[in-house]
Design a protein around this ligand. Structure first.
Ligand code: ADP
Ligand code: 5GP
Length: 214
């Protein structure tokens, strides 16, 4: 059977909801199924973040250049910084049959869905507002002012959540990883993603009906 191309998947969610942690674990458990796109950003690296691993850290000038050269699938401004998805890696991994995950915010997610309507959109949230605040503050990577800005942004993002296909409540991490994995396995069985297989069966059945095949 021909290899199916991978599914383009967008994972968004409130800052601090645990998207990064969830995706890291999903890739550790199922490295053959998934590829995580690495974005370019103009924000500064957090302690421990490495250029080319968490993000491609770029100056505003370099980021503009990437836009001008049409190297990005989408880009958006999020709390005073630019973030964008480099095209080449995503296209290459999809061709190899891997499901490619874009961990991006809502404006970018909607642009991707418009361009590629088969994209699966997932929205990650913690089980409550209190837990969101606790995780965001507990991560200890942002100033109090940036935490406040990110929580305000979370309020705005809530308004757009209906555009997403799946709500992922990240309470117990391992359960959540399995939920995301099973959603994507199920997505592969959708009729619309299996046109090549269906068409081959149709052709062979038609030949049989005409007596062209024993
Ligand atoms: P995001 O990528 O959505 O901004 P992170 O992955 O950085 O969020 O997670 C924010 C904080 O919440 C981190 O300190 C992380 O360890 C913690 N966290 C993530 N998932 C869970 C979970 N299921 N239960 C408890 N804490 C979690
Ligand atoms: P952070 O600064 O916490 O790493 O990311 C801030 C927000 O930017 C998160 O919601 C994250 O998903 C989003 N983001 C990361 N990369 C991209 C990208 O390439 N495009 C868009 N549109 N958003 C991104």
């Amino acid at each position: 059977m021909e290899t199916q191309t991978g599914i383009l998947t967008v994972v968004s969610g409130f800052s601090g909801s645990g998207k990064g942690t969830l995706m890291k674990r999903l890739l550790e458990k199922y490295p053959d199924n998934y590829a995580l796109s690495i974005s370019a950003t103009t924000r500064d690296p957090r302690p421990g973040e490495v250029d080319g691993r968490e993000y491609f850290f770029r100056t505003a000038e370099e980021f503009k250049q990437m836009i001008a050269e049409d190297e990005l699938l989408e880009y958006a401004c999020y709390v005073n910084n630019y973030y964008g998805t480099p095209k080449a890696y995503v296209q290459e991994q999809l061709r190899c049959g891997k499901d490619v995950i874009l961990e991006i915010e809502m404006q970018g997610a909607l642009k991707i869905k418009e361009k590629y309507p088969d994209t699966v959109l997932m929205f990650v949230t913690p089980p409550s507002f209190e837990e969101l605040e606790r995780r965001l503050v507990g991560r200890g990577t942002e100033t109090a002012e940036v935490v406040r800005e990110r929580l305000c942004r979370a309020g705005e993002e809530c308004a757009g959540v209906e555009a997403y296909d799946y709500l992922i409540i990240n309470d117990e991490l391992e359960t959540c990883v399995e939920q995301v994995h099973s959603i994507l396995l199920n997505e592969h069985t959708r009729i619309l993603r299996n046109e090549t297989f269906i068409n081959k069966m149709k052709t062979e059945l038609a030949k049989y009906a005409k007596g062209e095949q024993s």
